[in-house]
Structures are given as structure tokens and as C-alpha cells.
Design a protein around this ligand. Structure first.
Ligand code: SF4
Length: 460
């Protein structure tokens, strides 16, 4: 493990029974105590191939919840996270702010992680309250979330106010209402430039299981509406246990072929909302495994990690406050005439990453890195990729105005992500969460999704 700062890490510790290796000691919230319960001692532990959060509550005893099913990959990420992510982020400067605009929704997805529709009498926060929440942070991106934001009649006004504050409004939608006549155009006129569209692929039976409805044709219509309105689409794919690498490959091919699509987010499935009782989580490491298979081994897990190391090193070197999340990785694909190219096909990615991992991005190492990169510079595609990478870095530079996914360009930005589960968070990850959430009248770390009171308890 690498250097760890800001927490009481004791790498290599064994628990009292000698059958777990402790990565760090922390505090968390007991899942069985009430909302105002105090923090309880906890540790992040490796047991066999998996990683667990182990808690010890004086009232309810021991509790163990899985955090990852791939300990080596998790540990490598954690080392990088502590080396780069634990420093520098001001608590009041999150990477993005999520506004829950409503609990209402026109669908009732069995896996809805906000359990939308469960509080039919809950009022929607009014416009002035929402505006005050945005003003209270300096975040560049403002995620308009629900429930389904499009059920609000005044969504255009929300977009207009967020834009007027100089922030980037980003819509998260199931797309059902997006293709209605004039809807996307009105949002665009109000200032919307990026919409994240729930997208489960082309398997209608799988879609019905996940959403309770066949939405394949409706989503195609939503993409067309966004294209006509000039809104960049980012596909939000929930990788369920039955989402195969083959289906992910179809989604990738579809996205690569359509320049209205700026990105694809492949996100795992966690225990939250209506999926809270499920046992079959899909961790981010599993998403990365399937992504590697979906690309026929062209975008490897090692390549994704290496690219992440490069990005973090550059951000360190530039002194940018950064949005770093343990469960999120970005990986650009370069659109080519006959498909796409990956960074590891164009660059000696692993060697470059080894260079920066060994000593950050020290200027003394730049000549060695340049030598590694020189053969690749002969490939003109690299220049297009470099432009995309710069754009991506800017998007992750907290406070940057240039926060959008690439649109109409040569780069498709892929995100490989996990799901934040409120009941498996600890004080270390909660303190360093790069995103914020406005819920119940307060701005709290995003990791508290679904469990704001508990998580708040565990970090104070
Ligand atoms: S997942 Fe999205 S579309 Fe489905 S019920 Fe929840 S808020 Fe609605």
C-alpha cells in the first residue's frame, strides 16, 4: 500500500482472530441503530479475495458488509486514492452537487436506488430553496435528479436559474418525457447542454426486469430529441447481474457510432433504495472485468487503472483540487473510421503509469516519459486522443467552467463506476467524497445517499 494521510491506517494489521488483514481502522454507522446513533468502531478488512467493512456496535454486536469482490484491484485503487485523493479537496468544494428535485416518477423500477414514488406526499423543494442550495456551494456541475425531474412543470426554470448562477445544469432522466414535442428544445433554450439518459441496452426482457417496462424504442426517441435540440447525451447503464459483456459491447458500438452521444457510464448495482434487499451486488471491479471482455481485451483493467494513475498524477502536478472517487474511473475511447482506439493501443500506458506512480509526475522524470511516448507521437490519432484527455482533465478539475462531456467530437468518454451504498460507507470515504447531495434541506456528502442521518452521524 502507498502513503496514507489523514486517517489512522494500520496496513497489515490482523484482526484479533488472525483471519483478516486490516487496511485501515475507521468509524461507521451501525445499520440497525436509529438515525441519531453515534459512530461505531469499524475497519476495512481483506478476507480471502474480498474486502469487507466490519463494524462493532455496543448494542447490536458485529456486522460485516462486503465492499469489493476483488481485493488486489481494490487495494491498488485504495493506495492511489490515499496518495492523491485524500489531499487537497476542500470540504466546501465538491465535484458536483446533486439536487433531488422530486420524489415522483412515471416509472417504478424494481432497482430504483432512490426508491422513487415511496413518499407520495413529499413536497418538491421550491425554486428558491433549490437556488439557495446551489448558491451555498461552489460546485461547477449541478445534477438535476429525482425521481424523474421531467415530471416537474417548472424544470425549465430550474435549468435557467442554475445556468444563471454560472453552473452547468446536468439532467438525469429516464427519458420517457424527453421525446414529447418541443420538450428537449425548451430545455435547451433554458440552458441545458447535457442529459444523462437511463439506458439498459437492447435486451427488451432484461429491460422489463430492471424497469418494469420495455423502454428500448422510447430511449431511441429521446436520443433523437436531444440530437435535434443540440443536447449531448450520456448513456447511464446499470450493469445488473444479467447484463452480459455482449450487451455492453452492443451499447459501446451503438455509442461509438452516434456522435450525439458524448459518454457511457457503466455502473454497478448496489444495495440501495428498492434494491436494498438484493444479495447480488455488482461491484465496480466486476464492471471493469465485463468492460474488458466487452472490448475483446482492448481496454484492460490494468489499462483503466494505468490511465487513472496518469490522470491523478497530472492533476497533482497542476495543483488542481480534484474530484477523486474510489468507485469511479474514466477511460476515453477515440472514435476512428472503423470503430475506436483505446489509450493503451496508442500509448505505452503501463510504462507511463509506472513512471508516474514511482514518483508522482516529477519534472526530472519527464525525459524518460517523453522517450516512452515518442514512438506513439508518430500516430496522428494520438493528437485527437490528447485533445480528448485534456478536455476530460478539465472536466475533473473542480471549479472548471469546462465541465461538459465531449459533444459531437472524436472522443467517447467511458466511466466505469460503482454504486454508493449508504450502509457500507465509513468515515474515511464519507469525508473525502467528491460529490455533494442536497436532501432534506441540507447539503451532505453524496455517499450518504439514502442514509443521510446515519452517515452524518458517522462522520461527526
Ligand atoms: S430508477 Fe429512475 S426511472 Fe426508475 S423509478 Fe427510480 S427515479 Fe424513476
Amino acid at each position: 500500500m502507498g502513503t496514507r494521510r489523514g486517517q489512522d491506517a494500520t496496513s497489515g494489521d490482523r484482526d484479533g482472530r488472525g483471519n483478516a488483514r486490516i487496511l485501515y481502522r475507521t468509524t461507521s454507522a451501525c445499520p440497525r441503530c436509529g438515525a441519531s446513533s453515534p459512530a461505531v468502531p469499524a475497519s476495512l478488512e481483506v478476507r480471502g479475495d474480498a474486502v469487507f467493512l466490519q463494524r462493532s456496535c455496543p448494542r447490536h454486536g458485529e456486522d460485516r458488509v462486503p465492499v469489493s469482490d476483488d481485493a488486489p484491484l481494490f487495494e491498488a485503487r485504495l493506495a492511489r486514492y490515499f496518495r492523491h485523493g485524500m489531499q487537497g479537496r476542500a470540504p466546501d468544494l465538491p465535484g458536483s452537487l446533486t439536487l433531488h428535485l422530486t420524489d415522483r416518477c412515471d416509472l417504478a423500477c424494481p432497482i430504483c436506488f432512490t426508491a422513487a414514488g415511496g413518499r407520495p406526499d413529499a413536497p418538491d423543494p421550491d425554486l428558491d430553496t433549490l437556488e439557495a442550495a446551489v448558491r451555498s456551494t461552489r460546485t461547477a456541475r449541478v445534477a438535476l435528479f429525482g425521481g424523474e425531474p421531467l415530471v416537474r412543470e417548472d424544470l425549465d426554470e430550474v435549468v435557467r436559474r442554475v445556468r444563471a448562477l454560472g453552473r452547468e445544469p446536468v439532467l438525469y432522466t429516464n427519458g420517457v418525457r424527453l421525446s414529447r414535442p418541443g420538450r428537449a428544445a425548451r430545455l435547451a433554450a433554458a440552458g441545458l447542454r447535457e442529459a444523462h439518459l437511463q439506458f439498459d441496452g437492447f435486451d427488451r426482457e432484461l429491460g422489463r426486469r430492471l424497469r418494469g417496462a420495455d423502454l428500448v424504442d422510447g430511449r431511441a426517441a429521446a436520443i433523437e430529441a436531444c440530437r435535434a435540440a443540440g443536447i449531448t447525451v450520456v448513456l447511464e447503464v446499470t450493469c445488473a447481474p444479467r447484463t452480459t459483456p455482449g450487451e455492453m459491447r452492443r451499447i459501446l458500438d451503438f455509442a461509438i457510432a452516434d456522435r450525439a452521444i458524448g459518454g457511457v457510464v457503466f455502473r454497478g448495482l448496489g444495495r440501495a433504495g428498492r434494491a436494498a434487499a438484493r444479495k447480488d451486488r455488482v461491484f465496480v471491479e466486476e464492471v471493469a472485468r465485463r468492460f474488458e471482455e466487452a472490448t475483446g481485451g482492448r481496454a484492460t483493467r490494468a489499462g483503466v487503472e494505468a490511465f487513472d494513475a496518469l490522470v491523478l498524477a497530472v492533476q497533482d502536478r497542476m495543483g488542481w483540487p480534484r474530484a477523486t472517487c474510489l468507485k469511479n474511473r474514466v477511460y476515453p475511447l477515440l472514435r476512428t473510421r472503423d470503430g475506436y482506439a483505446t489509450p493503451e493501443e496508442l500509448l505505452p500506458l503501463a510504462a507511463l503509469a509506472r513512471e508516474v506512480e514511482s514518483d508522482g509526475l516529477a519534472f526530472s522524470r519527464l525525459p524518460a516519459m517523453a522517450r516512452l511516448g515518442l514512438p506513439a507521437l508518430a500516430d496522428r490519432r494520438l493528437l485527437a486522443l490528447a485533445a480528448g484527455i485534456v478536455r476530460m482533465l478539465a472536466a475533473r478539475h473542480v471549479g472548471s467552467r469546462n465541465t461538459r462531456y465531449p459533444s459531437g467530437g472524436g472522443v467517447l468518454l467511458v466511466q466505469i463506476a460503482g454504486m454508493c451504498e449508504g450502509d457500507s460507507q465509513d468515515a474515511v470515504t464519507a469525508r473525502t467524497c467528491p460529490s455533494a447531495l442536497f436532501v432534506g434541506g441540507r447539503v451532505v456528502p453524496y455517499v450518504s445517499e439514502g442514509y443521510p442521518e446515519r452517515t452524518r452521524g458517522c462522520i461527526t
